[in-house]
Design a protein around this ligand. Structure first.
Ligand code: NAD
Ligand code: IPM
Ligand code: MN
Length: 371
């Protein structure tokens, strides 16, 4: 994209009259939880002065199996130019064992929209939800900042003598100076803007002596610009252990793509499970994508029992990104309300259906939202 085209782009974001949202439910329970996210967002918009416009896309396993199309031609440009944000469900279907469509669509959008931040908050919303003994809400509030465009995810590598006894498989870990610097800087900026005191960078530089040596050097450099923030480093194995032993010591954690994937599921379980965990795939100032951390959960898909709260909290992150702060807070309050009343799906010990939780939240929003 030339600078000229960039300048001509109509500024839709932040405070405009309407925000345009692309909705990609995807596969499995993505198709069940995403409509609840949209339902609750519609309730928000119905009470506010600003509008939300939704356009749904049927990208996922069905289309891939039917037409051989995963991410359609021109999709990236369309999303970038015509939408403010994307609400995404999940991808993954047992009929596509290679997961090729998920790689094309989800990783494709993360890479091609250059959504270099994967922000995955780990927040305990009710003390009964944590498996940790004697921990309460104040002990667990961490922002995991996962690098989202590089590392072991870039798909550089190959096979040699595939299918033989001498087979070799290579998967390269790609770390650019620019990529490492921008994610570490984002973590410090996030801490500064949210008045958080501590940033922990986690890597495996004792074993990954090239890739994570770069992380070490960049971290030491960038942290000098944030003297008011306490910065520290932990190896990823130690971090996993410390997150369980004493999660209270962390405010912001920044790490590479693969480690961030793993510790965000660990963190999700500490805070009540995957059904509750949201995430934002973000490039500040550009079209960004919001999704629950969980996958398509084929083991419970089609039963109407998937927890929609991860999608609703992802929708709240999306509203924050759009600068609809009060509305985002309303959604968060609503989610806390469902937990307090135990109006929840079976994964959290309740007996409610996915749509019942969504309906309750939509009514909550209708009662409480103010513009
Ligand atoms: P998963 O997150 O789909 O499920 C893991 C476990 O958590 C399952 O027992 C599932 O029932 C439960 N679970 C997840 N979300 C839930 C919810 N909202 N409510 C209640 N229970 C929930 O992980 P998996 O089983 O390893 O992967 C299934 C498929 O999803 C795979 O194809 C995988 O590649 C894909 N996946 C996609 C994404 C994504 O699109 N962002 C993320 C993770 C996994
Ligand atoms: C996630 C998922 C994806 C990832 C998979 C589906 C490629 O696990 O969003 O956490 O590893 O990033
Ligand atoms: Mn994951």
């Amino acid at each position: 994209m030339s600078t000229h085209e960039n300048e001509q782009k109509v500024p839709l974001r932040s405070g405009g009259p309407a925000a345009r949202i692309a909705v990609i439910p995807g596969d499995g329970i993505g198709k069940e939880v995403t409509p609840e996210g949209v339902k609750v967002l519609r309730a928000v918009a119905a009470r506010g002065k600003r509008a939300l416009e939704f356009v749904e896309f049927d990208w996922g396993a069905e289309k891939y199996l039917r037409e051989g199309v995963s991410l359609p031609a021109g999709a990236v440009e369309m999303l970038r130019d015509e939408f403010d944000a994307i609400l995404f469900g999940a991808l993954g279907d047992p009929r596509v064992p290679s997961n090729q469509h998920a790689a094309d669509i989800l990783l494709g959008l993360r890479f091609k929209l250059d959504l270099y931040v994967n922000a995955r908050p780990v927040e305990l919303l009710h003390e009964r939800l944590t498996p940790l003994r004697d921990r309460t809400e104040k002990d667990l509030r961490i922002m995991v900042v996962r690098e989202n465009t590089e590392g072991l995810y870039v798909g550089v590598g190959g096979f040699f003598k595939k299918g033989t006894a001498d087979e070799i498989a290579v998967q390269e870990d790609v770390n650019s100076r620019k990529g490492v610097e921008r994610i570490i800087r984002y973590a410090f900026e996030y801490a500064r803007q949210n008045r958080l005191k501590r940033v922990c960078m986690s890597d495996k530089s004792n074993a990954m002596t090239f890739a994570h040596d770069l992380w070490q050097r960049v971290f030491k450099e960038v942290r000098q610009e944030y003297a008011e923030i306490e910065s520290r480093h932990l190896y990823i194995d130690t971090l996993a252990m410390e997150m369980v032993r004493d999660p209270r010591q962390f405010d912001v954690i920044v790490t590479c793509n693969l480690f961030g994937d793993i510790i965000s599921d660990l963190g999700a379980q500490l805070a009540g499970g995957l059904g509750l965990a949201p995430s934002g795939n973000i490039h500040p100032g550009r079209t960004s994508l919001f999704e629950p951390v969980h996958g398509s959960a084929p083991n419970i898909a089609g039963k109407g029992i998937a927890n929609p709260l991860g999608s609703v909290l992802a929708a709240a992150m999306m509203l924050e990104f759009l600068e609809w702060k009060a509305e985002a807070a309303t959604l968060q309050a609503g989610v806390k309300g469902t937990l307090l009343k135990n109006y929840v799906t079976p994964d959290l010990g309740g007996d409610k259906k996915t749509a019942e939780v969504g309906d309750w939240l939509a009514e909550f929003v209708a009662r409480t939202a103010r513009d």
